[in-house]
Design a binder for this molecule. Structure first.
Ligand SMILES: [Zn+2]
Length: 94
């Protein structure tokens, strides 16, 4: 059987770890080599309680369920069910 080797998603060298990123509330997994891990974590910080969640520039502001304030759309779904929430498209920016 072929041995599965992780490859760095940034440079293609053998990866040493998988890193989980949270983008728009969704978890993304990226495999990184040692130097790219250091490069990525160099400017990072540990999350702290009571602090506002990091916002991604260009991403829509997070809000709770339901209609946004001032929405004129008071129509109910034809079948009486709640509409499925649309999933915001995530655009990765490096
Ligand atoms: Zn790399």
């Amino acid at each position: 059987m072929e041995k599965l080797t992780l490859v760095c998603d940034l440079c293609g060298r053998p990866a040493v770890r998988s890193v989980t990123l949270k983008v728009d509330g969704r978890n993304r997994l990226i495999d990184l080599c040692d130097s790219d891990t250091r490069m990525l974590t160099k400017n990072s910080r540990a999350p702290r309680r009571g602090r506002k969640a990091a916002t991604v520039i260009g991403a829509p502001a997070r809000r709770g369920p339901g209609r946004p304030k001032g929405s004129k759309n008071t129509k109910k779904a034809a079948n009486g069910r709640r509409k499925k929430r649309r999933v915001a498209k995530t655009s990765a920016s490096a």
